[in-house]
Ligand binder design. Sequence first.
Ligand code: AMP
Ligand code: MG
Length: 484
Amino acid sequence: MTAGWNLDNSYARLPDKFFTRLNPTVVRSPKLIVLNEALAASLGFKVGELKSEDNVAVFAGNRLPEGAAPLAQAYAAHQFGHFNMLGDGRALLLGEQITPHCERVDIQLKGAGRTPYSRGGDGRAALGPMLREYIISEAMHGLGIPTTRSLAVVATGEAVIRETGLPGAILTRVAASHIRVGTFQYIANWGTVEDVRTLADYTLQRHFPDIGKSPERYLELLKAVVSRQAALIAKWQLAGFIHGVMNTDNMAISGETIDYGPCAFMDTYDPSTVFSSIDRQGRYAYANQPPIAAWNLARFADTLLPLLHRDEEQAVQLAEDVLTGFQKLYHRTWLAGMRAKLGLFDEAAEDEDLVENLLNMMEKHRADYTNTFRQLTLGMQVDANLLQTSEFVQWYESWQARVGRQQEAEAAWRQLMKDSNPAVIPRNHRVEEALERAVEYADYSAMNKLLAALEKPYAYTPEQVEFTTLPAPSTAPYRTFCGT
Ligand code: AMP
Ligand code: MG
């Protein structure tokens, strides 16, 4: 085959209990809906060849590419705080593509049929949610937030039954790996300490080769994962991204955002924002994402305890010392990001107050999160609700004084703001509109236009302006759904 498949299968060489080997279930009539040509090229694929019937059959699970060793990964999870056995219930890892730059990325088919981990599920996915994952994950990539990528979506020509019959689809997902906190939890619960060591060593070699082979490497692994997650969650908060289902199976050890189910971007600034219809307690609300990440990391640390120290108490102490560092690491990255959003190159003691005061006003006056920063960046008037308050006028003056005290000229700090405040995000109403056109009418023009606008969100092009418009006021809050 000439399409550029270059698969290795290091995960398949791990102990059998880590996964179940099986092939995708054949689908009726695959049709390529979208192919990520730039990503395909960077992975060493020949884009033209990938569109051939032979390769569309690969994306549909009807044919295996050379070198594939398909498997469903086993994992567990704390779902909304409750521990469960899960595993890939509708996804199959084909193998690891070795790119022209010798990087190793998982190629996974999501929606490829039932597996031993499917429980009551049908192993399938619907077209709308797979296109949604494609749009949001590519938007995250454009924003500079570590994420799994989307290589292709194919329609299967089969219906999937949800509340109604929906067109079925398969997403080809590309990830640094699919090792999750839940993978460690599964092995720690149903394997031996030696199995955990095997997984930890594999993870170290794959994601943190610089740590090397010292006896302290498992504590270093914990530190590295804590630090990547702190950086990731800070980026989510800065962009107003709400993951929606931060169960421990949806936290990747690589530090990439994974599993785009009920996620959405916040419009009106409100720390208690929840979009997911099943998150009735607000466990995964915007403001809770940092503490939930810390909680998930503690579950990761639990699995490593036997590797940290022979004495359990000392192991716990070592882990706790690392875990308590999360908040500081997170806060440091977040504050640095907020300074950049306000055009600040240097640091002053009053900066945190400046940020908090702005956010408090945005919350009180229901300002749009992304647009407020965009308007400040462009020197435009902010929305009327905020503008007409004397506290905002006062804040604006102190902000102007603060940026003015810097060495850098206005052009430089405005550029820093442009580089730190996206002109566009995938606004919920535009995503819904694009999906409706695509799924109901097979019209992909709105989706393609949206994807083009999201590719370089810091570019501030004229084409992006229309995507900054807010939806018409609606009484019903935006809702997103799991298990799609
Ligand atoms: P998620 O909420 O996407 O993180 O998924 C939680 C678990 O449910 C994972 O084990 C998934 O593989 C599984 N799952 C989700 N949807 C399906 C489906 N349609 N069929 C089988 N398993 C599923
Ligand atoms: Mg999941």
